[in-house]
Write a protein that binds this ligand. Structure first.
Ligand code: ADP
Length: 698
């Protein structure tokens, strides 16, 4: 029993010992696990602290970066309460952060620009705000951002101080406005001054013209001619200065009307022909037949450019000639006008410079050739305002070639201009000429369907004229009159159409040329329509009316008195001009009455109508005291309309040749417009164009 108990006790002891050992082992393991977990936690804690520190540092860096940019940042919630404001914002508005955040703080706005919203939703606008340091311009960029913490959206405004730039822009705009208004004032001043100068100048020129018609000694004639020439030079200088100032001020108003290219170019060349022919130069034009006959643009301004380029070409050429060639431009709807000469040419160094105002190649030449150096600057201004360009190719001693390219749309509606030109089907034409212009005439004839041969030597010409069966021979007087006669004679057996090409001054040789066998003639420069008409036999003699460039130099062709004597009312405040107009009218056999202003003219006009002796014509100055010419004309027209009376012819007289003046006069009911100084030929032509007022009124 005792042994049994002892055994049990021993077993229990062993069991207890085993349990204790197991429990000890278990606890040891638990302790080791715990320690590992604590270490892992400690490591995570350390990593989190590091991350936190990094984030804080990144935040600080971002903030200092933003602050360094100087941008002001403010956030507002949906109720406009400020939830955040950076240091720069607090400094700008001069407030502490805690005085702003949590309130509806708003910056006082002095000026506000229009806002724009960018495609990404950013709203951009500028504001001038009041700050303790005065008004500042802030350029704001506003975006809507989500505030995750409070689960709401907020408006974040980031602003940049742009005061310096904005003020600079404003100052610049102000300076530009001032410059523009100064330039406008300068143009106005120039317009007024030039008008004021032109009025007495017109008096001088007109009086000198009248003086020329009296009996003068040769010496006196020389002096009067010098007065007229200087007067015209001064007049064109004033016009150039005025034109240039208008172009500079960007005030050149361009017209858009259909016009014929060949009429424009041929008319321009004719205008300059006397000057060229006086120097023994050939001058001619060619208009490519691939161009529309009629285009839309400002013909007057284009003529001004061509006159200047071709005028220069003649001025700077001593031998050879000048050609004006019109061809299609590089792009559709463009036209290129080329003015070529065989003159002194232009040094490469000077080629850009001469397009600037008052620039000439050299001062010595100026003394020799005259001029002001404004022509090319004006031409370039006009061409550029027409959206075109002007180029120059030249070599000293080898002539110059100016080309102007401008868009000139086809005026398809001008159907009458498109009338078919005569056709020279399969004709063979011999041109005998050594002139530089001959190839242009040849091209015109070829365009009409003929074959052209050009002989430049007398011997070849006489041989060719006598042997081949030509449809026509065209011989140039530049070869000399005896040579011309010989060629015409040589052509008699084989050619029925024997034509001479002469200058206006060579008309005196016509009887001799006819005797030599001439069947027709053309006056240089030749118009393509006349050329073709003479070659087809529609006309045998084509007299071109070459208009002299300098009207004062024109031989007095007008008659001294007219068949119908008109009763003319002259409204003119300037005594000299009034005297000039009266003398001119009296010389022409009319009966002028003078009125010193528009109101006096209106009274006289009304009185004569009521007395049943109405005026046949009113010459109306535009700028007059009391009542100006436009107003007086308007009133006359209104009265006529009331009475149903036939309208009196009213011709405006102005020192300004601008298109808007003309338009105003026509709108006021005037019939024609004359630019002062009044010339006898001009007056006669206008009266003729108006028809015989006596008959028209009847
Ligand atoms: P202007 O002819 O009144 O002097 P422009 O502006 O028309 O003024 O011309 C400026 C200068 O360009 C002229 O003085 C001349 O020296 C030079 N020039 C212009 N056209 C030609 C030309 N066809 N040949 C040679 N030189 C020319």
């Amino acid at each position: 029993m005792g042994v049994f108990v002892l055994l049990v006790v021993c077993v229990l002891v062993i069991l207890l010992c085993g349990l204790t050992a197991a429990a000890w082992l278990f606890l040891r393991r638990m302790r080791r696990d715990m320690r590992e977990k604590i270490r892992a936690l400690e490591e995570r804690l350390e990593a989190t602290a590091d991350r936190n520190w990094e984030l804080k540092e990144a935040g600080e860096r971002a903030r200092s970066l933003l602050d360094a940019q100087g941008d002001v940042i403010v956030r507002r919630d949906g109720a406009e309460i400020v939830t955040y404001a950076n240091d720069a914002f607090c400094t700008l508005v001069g407030q502490r952060r805690d005085a702003i955040v949590g309130t509806r703080f708003q910056v006082p706005v002095i000026e506000q620009s229009e806002a724009t919203v960018l495609p990404d939703g950013t709203r951009v606008h500028d504001q001038k705000i009041a700050t303790p340091n005065g008004g500042r311009w802030i350029s704001w960029r506003e975006v809507v951002v989500r505030d995750a913490r409070h689960a709401q959206t907020e408006r974040q405004s980031v602003g940049r101080d742009v005061t310096a730039q904005t003020e600079a822009t404003h100052a610049l705009a102000e300076a530009r406005d001032q410059a523009e208004s100064a330039s406008r004032a300068k143009s106005r001043f120039l317009a007024v001054v030039s008008h004021e100068i032109r009025t007495p100048l017109n008096g001088i020129l007109g009086m000198a013209d009248l003086l020329r018609d009296t009996t003068l000694t040769p010496e006196q004639t020389t002096y009067v001619n010098a007065v007229v020439t200087s007067g015209h030079t001064l007049l064109s200088l004033i016009e150039d200065v005025l034109d240039f100032s208008k172009i500079e001020a960007g005030k050149i108003a361009l017209e858009r009307r259909p016009f014929s290219l060949s009429t424009l170019v041929e008319g321009t060349v004719e205008l300059l022909a006397p000057r060229a022919q006086a120097k023994g130069l050939d001058v001619g034009s060619y208009v490519d037949d691939g161009l529309p006959r009629c285009v839309v643009g400002d013909a007057d301004r284009l003529r001004q450019v061509l006159l200047n380029l071709a005028g220069n070409a003649i001025k700077f050429t001593e031998t050879g000639g000048v050609a004006v060639i019109v061809t299609p431009g590089p792009r559709i709807g463009e036209v290129t006008f080329t003015v070529e000469d065989t003159g002194i040419g232009i040094d490469p160094d000077a080629q850009q410079r001469i397009f600037k105002e008052f620039e000439q190649v050299d001062a010595g030449a100026t003394r020799r050739f005259g001029g002001t150096g404004l022509g090319l600057a004006i031409s370039r201004g006009i061409v550029e305002s027409m959206a075109g360009d002007i180029r120059l190719e030249s070599e000293p001693g080898r002539g110059a070639r100016f080309s102007v390219t401008i868009p000139l749309p086809d005026a398809a509606e001008a159907a009458d201009e498109q009338a078919a030109l005569p056709h020279l089907n399969d004709a063979d034409v011999l041109i005998v000429s050594s002139s530089v212009i001959t190839p242009l005439i040849g091209r015109q004839i070829e365009n009409a369907g003929a074959r052209v041969s050009i002989a430049t030597h007398m011997a070849d010409a006489v041989r060719d004229a006598g042997t081949s069966p030509w449809s026509a021979i065209l011989a140039d007087s530049a070869l000399g009159m005896p040579a011309l006669q010989e060629i015409l004679q040589a052509g008699i057996p084989s050619t029925s159409r024997r034509l001479a090409l002469i200058t206006p001054t060579e008309r005196a040789h016509l009887p001799a040329l006819r005797e030599a066998g001439m069947t027709g003639y053309l006056i240089k420069p030749v118009r393509s329509a006349s050329l073709l008409a003479v070659l087809t036999g529609a006309e045998t003699e084509a007299e071109e009316t070459a208009v002299p460039l300098n009207p004062a130099a024109a031989p007095p062709t007008a008659p001294d008195s007219v068949a119908v004597s008109l009763k003319v009312l002259v409204a003119e405040d300037n005594e000299i001009n009034a005297l000039l107009t009266r003398s001119l009218l009296e010389k022409l056999g009319h009966q002028p009455t003078l009125a010193g202003d528009g109101a006096a003219a209106l009274d006289l006009w009304r009185a004569e109508r009521e007395g049943d002796a109405p005026y046949d014509l009113v010459l109306m100055d535009l700028n007059m005291p009391v009542m100006d010419g436009v107003e007086a004309a308007r009133r006359m027209r209104a009265m006529e309309e009331e009475d149903g009376a036939p309208p009196t012819r009213i011709v405006a007289l102005s020192a300004n040749a601008f298109a808007d003046d003309r338009a105003t006069c026509l709108a006021a009911g005037m019939n024609a417009f004359l630019v002062k100084p009044l010339h006898r030929e001009q007056l006669i032509t206008t009266l003729e164009e108006l028809g015989d007022p006596k008959r028209a009124a009847a």
